[in-house]
Design a protein around this ligand. Structure first.
Ligand code: PGA
Length: 254
């Protein structure tokens, strides 16, 4: 089964509307000949989503637009939160859920992530469902237990994963410049796919796209994304400049 590459820029708390516009003016035109080969997604800060939405719709609607998180609630007294309806109104079609920064800094649990995944799927917004182990967990032999429970608890009660993308991001490789080796990443992706196979069967496991994240850049994107079970990337630092993000994408699709 061939799976289309899916490469997403997670800008985190960077770029207000003006910087978003400057990036996208450069990026969207250049990305025109790349969207056939890979699904490309930009995840700006919420305040920059209206600017990004307008530009994407004008210039290149095949580029996806993601939020970096979403509320598990519909609306009401949830200060600071954003609902799926609000994202839909701005044509947001993806959302990052369970990023390790949300888990570690804001205390998001597998149960909360599960509720957010259900909310996104109900709104027909594709979740980029993040999982990943810390260095201590990997070194302590906990890799498979941790990832297995993140996947199982995150997907609990979700019967159809055809609209779910998984993003495997080893916490120790995020923003550190330390990348998992292609072999480590491939082995772990293969393990994650086997967990999906246990839960959903062979066809679903063969179809699900699993992105790798953690210090992906132009110099390593071809090798990482060339692995049989790595279907894309979730990119932080190297996606902050249009040129370096384009280089990373071009190397991966070449
Ligand atoms: P990084 O971030 O590419 O800067 O390591 C990846 C991420 O957090 O999604």
């Amino acid at each position: 089964m061939s799976r289309k590459l899916i490469i997403a820029a997670n800008w985190k708390m960077n770029k207000g509307p003006a910087e978003t516009e400057a990036f996208l003016e450069k990026f969207l035109a250049a990305a025109a000949d790349l969207t056939d080969q890979a699904d490309l997604i930009i995840a700006p800060n919420n305040l920059s989503i209206p600017t990004a939405s307008a530009l994407i719709n004008d210039v290149n609607p095949s580029v996806g637009l993601a939020a970096q998180t979403v509320s598990e609630n519909d609306n009401g007294a949830f200060t600071g939160e954003t609902s799926t309806d609000m994202l839909k109104e701005l044509f947001v079609n993806y959302v990052i859920i369970g990023h390790s920064e949300r888990r570690s800094i804001y205390g998001e649990t597998n149960a909360q992530i599960n509720a957010k995944l259900k909310k996104a799927l109900a709104a027909d917004i594709t979740p980029l469902f993040c999982i990943g182990e810390t260095l201590a967990e990997r070194e302590g032999g906990q890799l498979e237990t941790v990832l297995g429970s993140q996947i199982k608890e995150g997907l609990e009660g979700i019967s159809d994963i055809s609209n779910v993308v998984i993003a495997y991001e080893p916490v120790w490789a995020i923003g550190t410049g330390v990348t998992a080796t292609a072999e480590q990443a491939q082995d772990t992706h293969k393990f994650c796919r086997s967990v999906i196979e246990d839960l959903y069967g062979a066809d679903a496991a063969a179809a699900v796209r699993i992105q790798y994240g953690g210090s992906v850049k132009g110099a390593n994107s071809a090798e990482l994304l060339g692995q049989p079970d790595i279907d894309g990337a979730l990119v932080g630092g190297a996606a902050l400049e249009a040129d370096s993000f384009l280089e990373l994408i071009r190397n991966a699709v070449a």
